[in-house]
Design a protein around this ligand. Structure first.
Ligand SMILES: [Zn+2]
Length: 162
């Protein structure tokens, strides 16, 4: 954080804390990350992190998320980029990298928010996940239409609750 930027004032009212204890309220405290989540969707599977108290505007506890995931060094990112830069398609990826650890037909999904005249639009893409290519990152190969693939390096989970 730059020096000129003041630290946000911490929440002192405990409203979010108290509401997260109520079973009927779509809020939850996640002990593994030290975060409050807005919970929504089918079987309450949707999660959005809440950083500020909606009652007093103060900052909620700092997340421990960074301690849960391996750090990707720039050298490792470069190595993985070289390894994956010539991939042209999902089939090409399987040919060059071998069979993936996971092949998700409904993998990454992207939401295009609607407007006053258009509905929300969600597209899902076939996604390959490789866990063995790197000590610190999972490599995700995401199909892109009409052609090509997107490549993502995602820090591995190193927390306790595997
Ligand atoms: Zn508050």
């Amino acid at each position: 954080m730059p020096k000129s930027q003041a630290r946000p004032v911490q929440c002192a009212c405990d409203t979010v804390y108290r509401m997260a204890q109520e079973p009927d309220v779509p809020l939850a405290f996640d002990q593994s990350t030290n975060e409050y989540h807005l919970v929504f969707g089918v079987e309450r599977s949707g999660r959005a992190v809440i950083y500020f108290c909606f009652s007093c505007g103060g900052a909620l506890p700092n997340s421990r998320r960074a301690q849960l995931f391996a750090v990707l060094t720039s050298a490792e990112t470069r190595r993985l980029r070289v390894l994956t830069r010539d991939l042209r398609s999902i089939d090409d990826a399987i040919r060059k990298l071998g069979p993936p650890d996971h092949d998700l037909k409904d993998g990454e999904s992207v939401l295009s928010p609607g407007s006053e005249t258009e509905p929300d639009y969600v597209q899902t893409y076939r996604t390959l996940i490789y866990s063995q290519l790197s000590e610190t990152a999972d490599v995700r190969i995401v199909e892109r239409f009409p052609h090509g693939v997107g490549v993502e390096f995602v820090g591995k989970y190193i927390g306790e609750n595997k």
